[in-house]
Design a protein around this ligand. Sequence first.
Ligand code: SF4
Length: 212
Amino acid sequence: MKNKNIDAIMAHITELFPNPDPELKYDTPFQCLVAVILSAQCTDKRVNLVTEGLFKKYPDSVTLGRLSQSELEKEIYSLGFYHNKAKNILALCKVLNEKYNGDVPSDPETLESLPGVGRKTANVVSSALFGANRIGVDTHIFRVTNRLGLVDAKNPLEVEKQWNEYYPEYINHDAHFRLVLFGRYKCKAQKPDCENCKLKSICKYFNEKVGK
Ligand code: SF4
């Protein structure tokens, strides 16, 4: 069911994060896609440390796609899951070069069909780069939307479906990144800052679990 406090919640989160730029650094759609793939199970800060040098040497799918699996693994070793990430990125380069002239397709469904690109990544990238109104449900958005009672969902796909049904007007680039930042810095997984949170009076989690 739609949460009647959605306007108040989004207004407060907007106040906290007025300029919700993504923390990942990139210059092109291709670099954005690679950075998002690399960010799985890793912080954006660590990804930026690696991609700064990586994208200088290999800025596009042609140059990056020339690396061998072991060469790319060495470049991204510190980011975890480097074997699978390297394998996916090389497969991605191959498909982009062969089918899309090195460009990143804008359509979320096509993006999701690319190697290493799941639904969350497709939604995040199509929203960040091409203005698609898609919510990419990562761990932060999953937690925050459930805690606030904006959705009542057991998995990311359910969050996306309920969000699309209840709040279509809020699905945009800024709302996505604001919710991520709110989860990352305020409504943290382990120690949410409930005491100082202005949403606690209307927060389902706080009222059911913390402030009883
Ligand atoms: S009251 Fe606590 S759980 Fe609720 S939104 Fe605020 S920080 Fe998150």
